[in-house]
Design a protein around this ligand. Structure first.
Ligand code: 3PG
Ligand code: MG
Length: 423
């Protein structure tokens, strides 16, 4: 049986522990929500308890342009806000090595790490936090520069700990580095992977809810998810594209490629489309700037060829329908990786759905995705506060991560996770 190489038994005394977190919570220089940092504090405390010396790292934002290969370094994507937060919360002193980049090719000179780690070893600081991993040349590369970076990073440490469940992409700091250091799964990583088991071997029926702004990035995971789930509820552009395909509608903002992807998804011989739960009422709005001339439509009453403005939500009344309520109430497991619409303008669909899910007291309720959880907190603060201490709820710190694991077909399927399996 697969088992992660956990950090609990590792000898960390006096060792420089290079830890990859997913502290990607900084937007324009400020922290939006600390949940993903707080969730990793047990790992950090464990390292201190074992006498290890923590050198932390995370990516922030997407400073690497995949098309041009250029890396844009801006203060808004810096790790400084995270460092200040940890310093305040834990009353520790941190240090960020002063690395500089060459033009747009990212940081290549890692020599400033050496004096920083010396400070750590001599007890003048409590932790080192590396600059944004995506500022380093090679982090996202597919050539030798990725191996170079992994090797260089490894040369400063004694062990590597991956606690970055949400950072599922195989990059130098999440994956490549495993070849060059003894590598362990952090405590959060371990917990998240354990909970993924509830999706792969669920108490049935399993109701899955997925939404997204584009079909192409979701088609692979959706094709896998619909095989595992008993019922699939769609939202966002994904649902709009499905409606366009099935009912011949034209919805503003839904690209023809999205509709083609929806058609391809349904046509896949392995996909049982009868598992898709249709939400009959949708909300059309004029534009996406503010609530304007908005209307609720029943999909069944719209003739093929009907042109709609932006469809920005599913109507709350869907979740008052007896058949839909029954489907949720009977669920053994509910997995949600989605908000229903454009919540900034129309939070009602999401509020109604999460409210209904909360009433499913016997079901295991699994929520994934930073935005999903932030919206939950913002639009249903009372239920969210209660849910945080309710054992039937679990909040994953990653969303894309779960979908990748589902696509790979195993809780251990993500490349950075599979690299941590005990040999
Ligand atoms: C996230 O915030 O979704 C994770 O940190 C992953 O970020 P990425 O999608 O930019 O890789
Ligand atoms: Mg994301």
């Amino acid at each position: 049986m697969n088992k992660l190489n956990g950090m609990l038994d590792a000898d960390l005394k006096g060792k420089v522990c290079l830890i990859r977190f997913d502290h990607n919570v900084v937007k324009k220089g400020s922290i939006k929500d600390t949940m993903r940092i707080d969730a990793t504090i047990p790992t950090l405390l464990h390292i201190y308890k074992k006498g290890g010396l923590p050198v932390m790292m995370t990516h922030v934002g997407r400073p690497y342009d995949k098309k041009t290969g250029e890396i844009t370094i801006s203060e808004g994507d810096s790790v400084l806000a995270i460092v200040r937060y940890l310093e305040n919360k834990l009353q520790l002193k941190g240090l960020v090595p002063d690395c500089h980049a060459e033009g747009k090719s990212g940081i290549t000179d890692l020599s400033p790490l050496e004096p920083a780690i010396k400070e750590l070893k001599q007890g003048r600081v409590d932790f080192v936090y590396l600059p944004n991993t995506r500022w380093f040349k090679g982090e996202e590369a597919r050539d030798d520069s990725a191996i170079d970076l992994a090797k260089k990073l490894a040369s400063f440490a004694d062990v590597y700990v991956n606690d970055a469940f949400g950072s599922w992409q195989a990059h130098a700091s999440t994956y490549g580095i495993v070849d060059f250091l003894p590598a362990y799964a952090g405590l959060l990583m371990q917990k998240e992977v354990d909970n993924l088991g509830s999706i792969f071997s669920p108490r049935r029926p399993l109701v899955a809810v997925v939404a997204g702004a584009k079909f192409d990035t979701k088609i692979g995971p959706l094709s896998s998810l619909i095989k595992i789930a008993d019922h699939l509820v769609l939202g966002g552009v994904i649902y709009n594209a499905y409606l366009c395909h099935k009912y011949g509608l034209q919805i503003e903002g839904v690209a023809s490629e999205d509709i083609e992807q929806a058609a391809r998804f349904i046509a896949d011989s392995g996909v049982d489309a009868s598992k898709i739960v249709e939400l009959p009422y949708i909300v059309e709005n004029h534009g996406i700037e503010d609530r304007k001339e908005w209307k609720i439509h029943s999909v069944k009453d719209l003739k093929p060829g009907t042109k709609l403005g932006y469809v920005l939500d599913v109507a709350a009344q869907n979740f008052g329908e007896a058949a839909l309520q029954k489907l949720f109430w009977e669920a053994g497991t509910i997995f949600v990786n989605a908000v229903m619409g454009y919540t900034a303008l129309f939070p009602e669909g999401t509020q109604a759905m999460y409210g209904l899910i909360d009433k499913c007291s016997a079901a295991t309720k699994l929520f994934g995705g930073g935005d999903t959880i932030q919206d939950f907190k913002e639009y249903l603060p009372g239920i969210f506060a209660k849910a945080m201490n309710d054992k039937t709820y679990y909040f994953f710190t990653g969303g894309g991560a779960i979908l990748d694991a589902i696509q790979q077909g195993s809780a251990f399927g993500m490349k950075p996770v599979s690299a941590l399996i005990k040999k």
